[in-house]
Design a protein around this ligand. Sequence first.
Ligand code: UTP
Length: 409
Amino acid sequence: MISKEILAKIEKYDQKQLLRYYDEISEDEKKVFERELEELDFTYLDIYKIAGENAKKESVYEPIAAMKLGEINENKEAYEKIGIEAIKDTKVAAILLAGGQGSRLGFDKPKGMFNIGITKDVFIFERLISNLLEVVNKAGCYIPLFIMTSEKNDSDTRAFFEEKNYFGYDKNFVHFFVQEMAPSIDYNGKFLMESKYKLSLSPNGNGGWFKSLMNSDVSDKFNEYGIEWLNVFAVDNVLQRIADPVFIGATIDSKKPSGAKVVRKASPDERVGVVCKENNRPSIVEYYELTKEMMEKKDESGEPAYNYGVILNYLFNFKELCNIMNNKLTNHMAEKKITYIDDNGNVITPESPNGYKFETLILDMINMLDDCLVFEVERNKEFAPIKNKTGVDSIDSARALLKENDIEL
Ligand code: UTP
């Protein structure tokens, strides 16, 4: 039976659509559904209600200084030495964020299982492991790799790594953990259901990774290894350098609590988050929040002042992250295509966005820390994200960049 408390919440939040199929589902299904309702956080709907009302934050934005390629190259050897030493002491962990649903790519398996090869198999996961192995070989020791999955893709991901023998990585250094889920709503603020007895739940965004990691059964590994730095990266950039000793060394040397790899923007209106200062703290402003004035502003050398876009490859100091772990991250409403069951009981997989998912974002964590080393990397050597099937940031553009970097496909 659905408890009185839940029924009261359904009433209060005007969510009666949740009960549409309750009378026709089986006893077992009722149990599953009742458990989902018990766990459902109705206060997500408050976020929907206030969205728009307080969207305008009173913030003062300023450009932030970046460590540019020239300076990095001058100190490369020294930074690399510091980075390799930290890796040899197992002070560095690599954290792969692979819990996303990759809805833009429209591939029904975990994105990392996508094969971008042309004449042979080249899986996205394989590319990432191969990049990491280059550092492993240089340092002469394995780097602990933590892989975040979601309830939706966890078993497929683990099975794939097993089947492919971890692409040559020592499996004792690979640890999986699962992120949490969040509900989805339609444009009228109603929770969506994916079947007659299940809510439409999806991974809660890439901002929840640290909490999920620390709440998981692999968290004790951090003390076992003695991890001090975490290199967090996205699944879909097939060119990025992971656990890059130069980046690690430069960040350690800078004494800053975090570092962000950035690329020079291709154009002022490119759709990447831009690093800057917000109220005198490091921050990342999403491309859709960037004002025309910010886009056009120039620095004293005549270059665009907000010219560095993040590529979702960050370095965080472990202790500093523990200090901010309980800070509340903003929940963003991401407009997405969400599979749902309609009024006639048909499961609909929409062709275009039909509602919102609630997501916290890793980029908001940068703003919680006091400082960030903004570290420039060469765009054509480190940035080949696969977001879409074709066009910008697609399979095609990534293949072209891989070829440019002599990677056989
Ligand atoms: P994206 O922002 O590209 O989201 O993720 P996505 O869900 O993978 O793809 P779309 O928007 O539906 O097409 C950037 C990185 O964050 C990870 C993704 O796996 C990717 O590495 N991510 C995203 C998570 O790990 N969990 C999430 O809930 C969302």
